[in-house]
Design a protein around this ligand. Structure first.
Ligand SMILES: *[C@@H]1O[C@H](CO)[C@@H](O)[C@H](O)[C@H]1NC(C)=O
Ligand SMILES: *[C@@H]1O[C@H](CO)[C@@H](O)[C@H](O)[C@H]1NC(C)=O
Ligand SMILES: *[C@@H]1O[C@H](CO)[C@@H](O)[C@H](O)[C@H]1NC(C)=O
Ligand SMILES: *[C@@H]1O[C@H](CO)[C@@H](O)[C@H](O)[C@H]1NC(C)=O
Ligand SMILES: *[C@@H]1O[C@H](CO)[C@@H](O)[C@H](O)[C@H]1NC(C)=O
Ligand SMILES: *[C@@H]1O[C@H](CO)[C@@H](O)[C@H](O)[C@H]1NC(C)=O
Ligand SMILES: *[C@@H]1O[C@H](CO)[C@@H](O)[C@H](O)[C@H]1NC(C)=O
Ligand SMILES: *[C@@H]1O[C@H](CO)[C@@H](O)[C@H](O)[C@H]1NC(C)=O
Ligand SMILES: *[C@@H]1O[C@H](CO)[C@@H](O)[C@H](O)[C@H]1NC(C)=O
Ligand SMILES: *[C@@H]1O[C@H](CO)[C@@H](O)[C@H](O)[C@H]1NC(C)=O
Ligand SMILES: *[C@@H]1O[C@H](CO)[C@@H](O)[C@H](O)[C@H]1NC(C)=O
Length: 514
């Protein structure tokens, strides 16, 4: 009560100080309802008298008008009640005047209102208690209307739970009271504004989430923690960001310093950067958790960081392993790439390619098929092969058509086969218009029948086959199916006039023949 009085006195005092003795207030009444006019006065009501005049006529109590100290009741307000009221308050030494201007509206709901603002999903209570609306006599009931339509709700408080946007509107309480055997009504209107609840974003530690740092004991280090604080300046309030070490506050290590810098980025999102300066890493810091913590009323989060000894031997070991793996990979690649050269070199060194010494063995028995329109295969077999392999590399070839007699002795061919390391079949293309080299007429070629016997002998002896395609469109139809199916992919070589003498073609050929 004393508090209320002090507030009241303060209010009165401040008002009087600014408006001097005379004050003017405005108020609104509703037709057919009771209206209260209040005489704001500096004077103490106990020892003062209050008189009201309207349009220079002193008002007297009547069936429609009641006066109680500073309060004037217009019990059944009519439109003609609107106008200027003057209240004079007098004690033995002072006299003050207050002017009240009353305007009267058609009811039942007042257009002047108290505004109440709330957020979606909140609960709110609107009050038409005795303190808010004093009455004369006895309060009979309080009805609640919304937007000037009855809601059927009764009671001096209206409680709205979990308000939604549709809850907004003008709420009017009609207070019905009984005075001198008559029922009167007075009212109060609230405008309720409901605001959309903004999606609040919880604070978050962005970095580190769970990180390990490798450091040496004794050195200085600055740990860094980046956090998202919230949206809008106000999210900074009541937010704390701090480090904890081994689940204790860092105060136990007086040398450590934390520093938080805050910045606002787009859409007024607030971010923070918290550093922890450790002037000297103590041995006990290894293997205990460092946590960066952010807390505010909306939520909390924490990130974790560990310090680990920067171990050089560990590193050296790791580097060795990596180098070894790299070396292995590299040598595998190289080996694969230069396999043939290496094997050829090895064979050369060990004299393994001097097969000629083993009696009369052949490195290869060469059989070529002349093409329909060209003799590229023939040229390759009779001219290019010998010049390359026999003259330059000392290999021994048996070339059908060169080393056979006219007509071809199939018996001696079979014997050659048994003494050959590989059989080289040379296939021409089957495009007839190709006439690079004209077909020679006088070759000692096998007859078709002899050829098929010879080919079946190859399969019989199991001599490895080597196939050379002399032209792009090699004619496999010249070979029986049994031969075709026994040729391995890696033993098919493509010869072109452009191959280099030291290129892979000749190396591969030699590789398979020695
Ligand atoms: C009259 O009111 C004034 C102002 O409040 C006060 O100072 C004065 O003492 C009052 N006089 C009496 C007799 O109460
Ligand atoms: C009230 O009386 C004063 C002087 O006493 C006068 O000046 C004023 O015009 C009057 N007002 C009305 C509304 O009669
Ligand atoms: C004076 O005002 C107080 C509260 O404002 C009230 O309780 C009291 O009844 C009033 N006295 C008179 C005589 O009106
Ligand atoms: C208020 O006045 C109107 C006419 O102005 C009358 O009809 C009505 O009965 C009155 N109400 C009360 C409670 O006196
Ligand atoms: C609103 O009131 C209900 C029921 O009393 C309560 O469960 C809920 O927590 C309240 N909501 C708010 C936002 O205060
Ligand atoms: C609040 O109202 C909304 C719909 O308006 C509903 O989805 C929600 O469940 C309500 N919450 C509570 C706590 O009643
Ligand atoms: C509430 O009353 C005010 C003032 O009369 C008006 O502007 C507003 O539209 C009303 N609101 C509703 C929802 O009727
Ligand atoms: C006054 O209100 C009470 C209760 O609401 C009702 O019983 C009574 O009839 C009313 N009297 C008049 C004169 O309207
Ligand atoms: C953090 O990382 C370590 C390994 O670096 C792992 O053992 C541990 O489970 C992680 N902790 C969390 C909470 O993810
Ligand atoms: C904290 O950091 C800011 C910016 O990085 C710097 O200006 C300030 O001096 C630092 N404060 C302390 C106590 O280190
Ligand atoms: C860390 O905390 C654990 C238990 O909370 C305690 O046993 C340990 O000694 C602490 N380590 C250091 C280095 O403070």
């Amino acid at each position: 009560m004393a508090g209320v009085l002090i507030v009241l006195i303060n209010l009165i005092f401040s008002v009087s100080a600014s408006i001097c003795i005379e004050k003017q207030v405005e108020t609104t009444g509703v037709e057919d309802q009771a209206t209260i006019l209040f005489c704001e006065s500096d004077l103490d009501n106990e020892s003062s008298t209050f008189t009201w005049t309207k349009d220079n006529h002193t008002l007297e109590p009547s069936s429609r008008i009641t006066m109680q100290g500073q309060i004037l009741w217009l019990l059944n307000t009519t439109s003609s009640d609107g106008g200027l009221y003057v209240c004079r308050s007098t004690n033995s030494t002072f006299s003050t005047e207050t002017r009240v201007f009353l305007s009267v509206e058609a009811g039942p709901c007042l257009s002047l209102y108290d505004i109440d603002v709330t957020q979606e999903k909140n609960n709110i209570s609107l009050s038409c208690s005795e303190e808010r609306i004093p009455v004369l006599g006895q309060r009979l009931e309080v009805q609640w209307w919304k937007d000037c339509k009855s809601t059927g709700l009764r009671g001096s408080e209206l409680n709205l739970f979990n308000v939604s946007m549709s809850s907004k509107g003008n709420y009017t309480c009609l207070v019905i009271f009984r005075h001198e055997d008559k029922n009167y009504t007075t009212s109060l209107t609230y405008q309720l504004i409901v605001k959309k609840k903004e999606t609040v974003k919880e604070p978050r530690v962005i970095q580190p989430r769970n990180k390990t740092l490798y450091v040496k004991p004794g050195v200085e280090i600055k740990l860094e923690c980046n956090v998202f604080i919230g949206i809008g300046e106000e999210s900074k309030q009541e937010t704390s960001v701090y480090w904890i070490i081994n689940n204790s506050y860092i105060d136990i290590y007086p040398d450590l310093q934390q520093n938080l810098t805050i910045e606002m980025r787009e859409k007024s999102w607030i971010y923070g950067r918290l550093t922890l300066l450790i002037p000297e890493i103590l041995p006990e810091f290894f293997g205990i958790p460092f946590h960066c913590v952010i807390l505010n009323p909306v939520g909390g989060d924490q990130g974790q960081l560990w310090l680990s000894r920067d171990d050089y031997t560990n590193h050296a070991w790791l580097i060795t392993v990596v180098l070894l793996v790299l070396a292995a990979v590299l040598s595998a690649v190289l080996l694969n790439f230069f396999k043939i050269d290496l094997i050829l070199a090895y064979r050369h060194l060990c004299g393994k390619d001097k097969t000629i010494q083993e009696g009369n063995r052949y490195n290869a028995c060469v059989l070529y098929f002349p093409g329909p329109g060209s003799s590229t295969a023939e040229d390759f077999a009779l001219r290019i092969l010998p010049s390359m392999l026999e003259q330059q590399h000392n290999l021994r070839l048996f070339i059908q058509g060169r080393d056979t007699d006219t007509g071809g002795n199939i018996a001696s061919m079979t014997e050659v086969l048994s003494r050959s390391q590989v059989v080289m079949l040379i296939l021409p293309g089957n495009n007839e218009d190709d006439t690079l080299i004209p077909i020679s007429k006088d070759q000692n070629r096998l007859e078709d029948s002899q050829l098929s016997v010879f080919l079946s002998d190859i399969t019989h002896f199991g001599v490895p086959l080597l196939l050379v395609e002399c032209e792009d469109d090699a004619d496999y139809s010249l070979l029986p199916e049994s031969i075709q199916s026994s040729i391995k992919k890696d033993r098919v070589l493509k010869w072109k006039s452009a191959v280099e003498p030291n290129g892979p073609f000749w190396k591969k050929l030699r590789y398979h023949m020695t």
